[in-house]
Each structure stands twice: as C-alpha cells, then as structure tokens.
Ligand binder design. Structure first.
Ligand code: ZN
Length: 141
C-alpha cells in the first residue's frame, strides 16, 4: 500500500500529488515538468515561500541566511550535501534574508543562520547557528 502525499513544485509552486512509493523515482511536476525533488537547496523569496510550505506535505527545512554572514557561507556546502542525502524525504529551502528583510522580521528571525523545520505548513522547531551535514540530517529527522 502506498500513500499519496503532496509536494509543491520548486519551479512553479503547483501542488503535485505523489505516491509515497514514487518519491525516490525522480517525479516531475505535472504542470511545468521540473523535478519535484531536486536533491539540492531550493531558493525561495517571500512571495513563493508560503505557497511552497503550505502545499508541501513533506517536511521542509529552511535556512534563513545572508550573503554577508560568514557562518552561513560555511554551512552552505553542508546544506547542499544534506539536501542530497534527504532527497525525496525532506525539502531543503534557502531564504536570503537580505532580499526579504520584512519577511524575516515577520518570522522573528533575529540571528542567522536560523534553521526552521516545517511540517504541513506549521513550524515545529527552529535553531540558530550553523550545523554540519550530519547534524542537519539528524535535526531534520
Ligand atoms: Zn512546476
């Protein structure tokens, strides 16, 4: 028995229904054909963010970062490796707080990097400070 889950397309934000049995089979967006699970961090602005999180039934791990932040840059390759390891299980998203300052303020992001984990559009936990690949994978579980 396979369950049906839902994933927002990283490119066009269309909600796609995906059988859980097919999560590992490179499913593509029915609307635009983009891979639903790229296995890489997805860059989202504030306009796209809420749609993406609310239309995704898989856990979404978000890295709120800024280009001038040293620890953020140090964590970036770890975040990419974690995205590859968690492909089809957790969607990893990056939000540039410099481009979306009002949005970061609304979410009370005071320090960066801040990591926030969402399930079904609801924040379930957050942490401040950089993590390495293994810690990211464990934290998202
Ligand atoms: Zn799409």
């Amino acid at each position: 028995m396979s369950e049906i889950t839902q994933a927002a397309c990283p490119a066009c934000l269309t909600a796609n229904r995906v059988s859980s049995a097919r999560l590992g089979e490179e499913p593509k967006c029915g609307h635009c054909g983009a891979p639903l699970f790229p296995g890489a961090p997805i860059d989202l602005g504030d306009a796209e963010f809420e749609k993406f999180v609310n239309r995704t039934r898989l856990p979404v791990l978000v890295d709120f970062w800024a280009p001038w932040c040293g620890p953020c840059r140090a964590m970036a390759p770890h975040f990419e490796r974690a995205a590859a390891q968690l492909k089809g299980k957790v969607q990893l998203v990056k939000v540039n707080t410099e481009q979306s300052p009002a949005f970061a303020m609304r979410l009370s992001i005071r320090a960066i990097p801040t990591l926030v984990l969402y399930h079904d559009g609801t924040e379930i936990k957050r942490a401040s400070g950089a993590l390495d690949t293994g810690e990211l994978v464990k934290w998202a579980a």
